[in-house]
Design a protein around this ligand. Structure first.
Ligand code: FAD
Length: 466
């Protein structure tokens, strides 16, 4: 008989939910984690640390906006530790909460590095080097991802950082080059700029976050530049190096040179399977560098499932949790439908951006004619009151101006506000629901009403009916 029904490798959002789900179904579950603390990249190097820094960046930014009122000036050589002061507490309490949850569910916690010996045997090496071999019926691989290391940017974690090490900087730098235009690059670039660092964002594409509507990314770039940041699109990096004294030099293919005190390379992430010996289980990565799975999250080896960043996009903690839960359900034969297609995207830049459903471009492609309604936060009372005038909510509807197809928001609270739109989309509501319901006043949510009125106005003009 096997030692366990399921072994889950990795305690990030995907692994945690997989383990809890399997044990709640009465299975014998082991959760293997090589780090001392539970929680994965999400808790220790990704979501939570970056959002903690962001919280403080927003405070600093707000105080700076009211500098005359409060005679506020950020001290020189500000230590990073000051800016992520609550992080240790947040991480420890998360670890504590997870430990209690795992113990309560009678999941066997194993601290060590896992590798496959075969599809049904996992060897775990403890920190002291002791090895144990565990036999199992099923495995869920939830080992996450790590930053891609491009050849032209030698990351030394002192001057040239990646997203796993950027918060280990001792002091807030005076200037920072950020290579990349994706989610992590955009978040960190705007957070550091809000803190007063002179940030230059460099990317080969014409605009950052190219998967979002141009309205949103234009607003993001404008806000970033208004804070003093520089966006350099259409720029290909040839070489990056530390000059051996003070600065990092970034050479572009067109001959330009950028000099900054530090550099963050955010060039995407790759599946973390380096210790796992997946070939022993009969697995291999696909051409995108991730473990391929079917819509049940099953790998090509029938008793092995995978979830979270290790299977590739959307590479979000939110999606990873649900994938982990579903992978466990599918493994043990519990009924679950297929993964929801509509996954909201939240980008915690300064300002925030969020989107759910179809973008304007996708809707145009799928439906031909569409109607779009916009509500600038500058037209919303709460925006005036809270100083959040720099934002916009956009509703994308079908050609009749009735069925909601997508919602995009840029501005503070975007990642919270989006869920109202998500619920309307999931319940297949007409856009009229936003006009026929009463919203609290004043709220930013009122933007839904304003954007819906804009849609209904166009509908009336287009169809000569109201
Ligand atoms: C800077 C940054 C900001 C982010 N912000 C957000 C955000 O705001 N919202 C959001 O939804 N997502 C965000 N993400 C993404 C999110 O962090 C990831 O999608 C999520 O952590 C993936 O979860 P996971 O369980 O797949 O893997 P991880 O969280 O990476 O966990 C994998 C775990 O597996 C362990 N492990 C690996 N190999 C082994 C082995 N051989 N044996 C034992 N243990 C092993 C690792 O130690 C780790 O603890 C962010 C990511 C980064 C980098």
């Amino acid at each position: 008989m096997s030692d366990f029904d399921i072994i889950v490798i990795g305690s990030g959002p995907a692994g945690q939910k997989a383990a809890v789900q399997a044990s709640k179904a009465g299975k014998r579950v082991a959760l293997v984690e090589r780090d001392a603390l539970l929680g994965g990249a999400c808790v220790h190097r990704g979501t939570i640390p970056s959002k903690t820094l962001r919280e403080n960046a927003l405070r600093v930014n707000n105080m700076r906006k009211n500098a005359a009122l409060f005679r506020f000036k950020l001290s020189e050589d500000l230590e990073m530790a000051t800016l992520i002061d609550r992080l240790d507490d947040v991480m420890k309490s998360h670890d504590e909460y997870m430990r209690r949850q795992i113990d309560r569910n009678a999941i066997k916690r194993i601290h060590g590095r896992a590798r496959f010996l075969s599809p049904n045997e996992v060897e775990v090496t403890s920190v002291r080097g002791e090895k144990q071999v565990l036999a199992t019926d099923y495995v869920v691989i939830a080992t996450g991802s790590f930053p891609r290391k491009p050849d032209h940017a030698p990351i030394d974690h002192e001057n040239i950082f990646d997203s796993d090490s950027v918060l280990s900087m001792l002091y807030l730098p005076k200037s920072l080059a950020v290579l990349g235009g994706g989610v992590i690059a955009s978040e960190y670039a705007s957070i550091f700029q809000a803190l007063g660092v002179r940030v230059i964002m460099i990317d080969r594409y014409p605009r950052p976050l190219g998967f979002l509507d141009k309205d949103l990314t234009d607003n993001f770039v404008n806000s970033f530049q208004d804070m003093g940041g520089v966006w350099m699109g259409d720029s290909v990096v040839k070489r990056v190096y530390f000059d051996g004294v003070n600065d990092v030099i970034t050479e572009l293919e067109d001959g330009r040179t950028i000099i900054t005190q530090k550099l963050l390379c955010a060039a995407g992430r790759v599946a973390n399977v380096k210790d796992l010996d997946i070939v022993n289980a009969g697995l291999e990565l696909d051409e995108r560098g991730v473990i391929p799975v079917d819509d049940q999250l099953r790998t090509r080896v029938p008793n092995i499932f995978a979830a979270g960043d290790v299977i590739g996009p959307p590479s979000l903690a939110s999606a990873s949790m649900e994938q982990g839960r579903r992978a466990a359900c599918n493994a043990i034969g519990l009924e679950v439908g297929s993964m929801p297609e509509m996954i909201p995207v939240g980008i915690y830049g300064v300002p925030e951006l969020s989107s759910v459903g179809m973008s304007e471009q996708e809707a145009r492609k799928a439906h031909g004619k569409i109607i779009v309604g916009r509500a600038p936060f500058a037209e919303i009372a709460r925006g005036h009151i809270s100083g959040n005038q720099d934002g916009m909510l956009k509703l994308v509807c079908d050609g009749e101006g009735r069925r909601l197809l997508g919602v995009q928001i840029v501005g503070e609270e975007a990642t919270e506000l989006i869920h109202i739109g998500q619920m309307a989309l999931l319940s297949k509501s007409d856009v009229d629901i936003f006009v026929e319901s009463i919203f609290n006043f004043p709220t930013l949510a009122e933007a839904y009403r304003v954007a819906a009125l804009a849609v209904i106005g166009q509908r009336a003009r287009r169809n000569s009916v109201y």
